[in-house]
Write a new protein. Structure first.
Length: 226
């Protein structure tokens, strides 16, 4: 091992500059054109109502929904737009909220390096199929600027490609964590189930990169069918 000269002097500023020069992370997304929390809340609420009415259901402005809208609107305008996880039982509005967020983003937009971008939404089974059928396209897909994956936990954890075992969702989350790319997910799994399914390493990554919103209210579908 080569020894450093005894008279070598390196300042902390030089160390910091050197280490930051190799940094690959992206800056946090910001809501375009300086939208306020109040504006984001109003846009998201309107978008959610439209998504509910598209499915011929009654829009109910409950306390739980109000809390979710407030929480997500703060996330949208707080400069911490790396990740968002919508977690809770089946049928309580997570996918509707994700669609509403996509609609709000399409209207107001998020900015990335000065460029206004939209949010691409896909379900977890489609992610798995893409990984199995065309890994090169899957790799490009992982680099989507703003991505939302619905129903994580319904897909097979592993798929095989000519004998090679692939873990699509694990690879996707790991890639976006390393590149600091924004990711929105919805899942019916609770944190303990996520850990059992994807492992401690990935769940720790998710906790670090994502703001978690818990949907605890009952299923809207059960109310309609009861």
């Amino acid at each position: 091992m080569k020894k450093l000269p005894k008279d070598l002097k390196i300042t902390l500023e030089q160390v910091e500059r050197h280490l930051k020069s190799g940094k690959t992370s992206n800056p946090r997304l910001t809501f375009s054109e300086g939208w306020t929390y109040e504006q984001a809340y109003d846009i998201l609420t309107h978008a959610y109502r439209i998504e509910v009415e598209k499915r011929h259901m009654e829009f109910l402005y409950t306390n739980d929904l109000c809390n979710h809208l407030e929480d997500i609107a703060k996330w949208m305008t707080g400069g911490n737009g790396l990740g968002l996880a919508l977690m809770g039982d089946v049928g309580n509005g997570k996918t509707t909220m994700m669609r509403a967020l996509r609609g709000a983003v399409s209207l107001a937009g998020f900015e990335d390096h000065g460029e206004t971008i939209g949010m691409k939404m896909i379900d977890s089974n489609s992610v798995t199929r893409l990984c199995r059928n065309d890994y090169e396209q899957f790799y490009k897909f992982c680099n989507t600027k703003f991505l939302a994956v619905d129903d994580i936990g319904r897909e097979p954890v592993e798929v095989k490609d000519y004998g090679t075992v692939l873990n699509p969702i694990i690879e996707l989350i790991q890639y976006r964590y390393e590149k600091q790319l924004p990711l929105v997910i919805s899942t019916n799994l609770d944190p303990a189930m996520m850990k059992d399914r994807y492992g401690a390493r990935i769940t720790d990554r998710m906790k670090e990169m994502m703001h978690i919103v818990i949907f605890e209210e009952g299923s809207y579908r059960k109310e309609v069918l009861s």
